[in-house]
Design a protein around this ligand. Sequence first.
Ligand SMILES: [Zn+2]
Length: 214
Amino acid sequence: MAADTPVSRVLSQKQQQALSPDDVIRLFSEGNRRFVNSELTRRDHSAQIRDAVDGQFPKAMVLSCVDSRVPVEDVFDLGIGDIFVARVAGNFSNTDILGSMEFATKISGAKAILVLGHEHCGAVKAAIDNARLGNITAMLKNIKPAIDAFADYEGEKTSANPEFVHMVAEKNIRLTMDEIRANSPVIKALEEQGDVTIIGALYDMDSGRVEFLD
Ligand SMILES: [Zn+2]
């Protein structure tokens, strides 16, 4: 295809089924490289909307923070029909998110679940600082286990310490991945069968690069 021809089709069921979980991770990685290099794929949205009207066969589900500086589809150079996206401040899971993930994978055939946290996360910082306001108080409780994991940390445990904020953000991603496995037997079984992979990644605000966790 010529470089100046915009993409006009969306992922088909046949294309989705041909992808392995590892393929999806590779596509995420390649797409992020294009995003960082300002080489986003040109897409004909009106043609894609028409192509997508009969169904959707996304390759993955991403759980992201709500942060406006992390445009999830753009970050991976993806568009209409490519991914399911759930967003909640602090990218934690709960029953509703898990149900959405089960729909994305078991019902709709997505091959990967990516928990995407980010640097300089306001929700992580607010949880560290014990912010209290309206429903935010209850919401931030979901991030507390990632803070409690560092009970022995000797450095400054405030949002003014970038090292601590980074540690908690990464731990929060890993705990969310654990929770998905612990609280969704459906997804755990898909992972054990090799049909779905669960991965975590951290978005770097300075570069736009996504660093996949081990
Ligand atoms: Zn955030």
